[in-house]
Design a protein around this ligand. Structure first.
Ligand code: PLP
Length: 313
């Protein structure tokens, strides 16, 4: 049966998009991994996500470098140079025609031909895809700020168990917390580390602004590329920015709070567990960083323009 028929039989619909796997580009609806893949059965996979905004990749080199570090830590092998990897991602975007895209590269442990329990026998599988850009925050939330809940009774998987610098799909803590947050009326959630200090949320880092200085957790969180970008923008603007331990009371008493992700950029938070942060509107530091962040998408030092050719002009 042709692969595309399976989607029709299941009645599934897909976003527009293009994937690359096993040496071929294909519509996203045709990209499939086996149910025997260790990536599915054991979350034995790493990935990275970069966005394309108005036809330009943002900080692609940093995402590829982080992907390489994650692969090395997990002893996964992707048989492409950084340049070849970049070209595959660019080609996915080009073929999709998407001007604003969410672009993912991932590598699973793969399948072992004998269903062996030895990960060394699995054949690693690389997949890349481009789909329409998606954001953690919708248009209203970007303007007025997100309403988040700090969840106390689900804690982030400790860094000693799963290294958060390996970008991973171990999201059961985050998803469990998200459902608890929804039950309590939240739009999204932040969770804590096992020591009670602030960690991160489902797919984003957290910053607080106190007396004009920025603070973000250092331990037990992914060091996001957007988080790094905030440090770079703060440096350029002469703002103080620190990473370290942040307590619940520092979060609750912050002048401003914002979250950062490739899926949405810099996003203001204006309520925590139903209580207003500051005066309940996005603060001046958050707004200035938001403007600077999107302005830098035109900076050739931080962006890579996709040549779509005539096809999608
Ligand atoms: N923290 C987690 C757990 C994530 O999955 C992500 C991104 O998906 C982030 C933080 C933000 O990282 P970045 O800014 O690189 O998108």
């Amino acid at each position: 049966m042709p692969v595309q028929d399976i989607g029709r039989i299941d009645g599934l619909t897909y976003p527009t998009g293009v994937a690359y796997m096993a040496g071929k580009f294909m519509p996203i609806s045709e990209a499939r991994i086996s149910v025997l893949d260790w990536g599915l059965l054991h979350s034995d996979v790493t990935y990275d996500t970069v966005h394309v905004w108005k036809g330009k990749f943002f900080r692609l080199d940093l995402h590829i470098a982080r992907f390489r570090r994650s692969l090395a830590k997990l002893r996964l092998n992707v048989p492409f140079s950084d340049e070849a990897l970049r070209d595959i991602l660019v080609e996915c975007v080009k073929r999709s025609g998407l001007r604003d895209a969410y672009v993912e590269m991932l590598c699973t442990r793969g399948i072992s031909p004998t269903f062996s329990r030895d990960p060394r026998e699995a054949i690693n599988q690389f997949v890349a895809f481009a789909v329409p850009f998606g954001s953690v925050a919708n248009a209203r939330q970007l303007k007025e700020g997100l309403h988040l809940h700090l969840i106390d009774d689900v804690r982030r998987i400790p860094a000693e168990s799963v290294d958060p610098q390996i970008k991973n799909y171990h999201w059961l803590d985050l998803v469990t917390a998200l459902f608890k947050g929804y039950d309590a009326g939240a739009e999204n959630v932040i969770i804590k580390c096992t020591d009670g200090s602030l960690a991160e949320g489902p797919g984003f880092n957290v910053f607080i602004v106190c007396d004009g200085a920025l603070h973000t957790p250092d331990h037990g969180v992914l060091h996001g590329v957007t988080r790094q970008t905030v440090f770079d923008l703060a440096d350029a603007a002469g703002l103080r920015a620190h990473s370290g331990t942040i307590s619940e009371s520092q979060l609750r008493n912050a002048d401003e709070v914002f979250i950062t992700s490739t899926a949405g950029g810099i996003m203001p938070v204006t309520r925590l567990n139903g209580t207003m942060i500051g005066d309940g509107a996005p603060g001046p530091v958050t707004r200035a960083l938001f403007e600077a962040y999107w302005a830098r998408h035109d900076d050739p030092a931080w962006s890579l323009t996709v040549d779509y050719g005539d096809q999608h002009a």
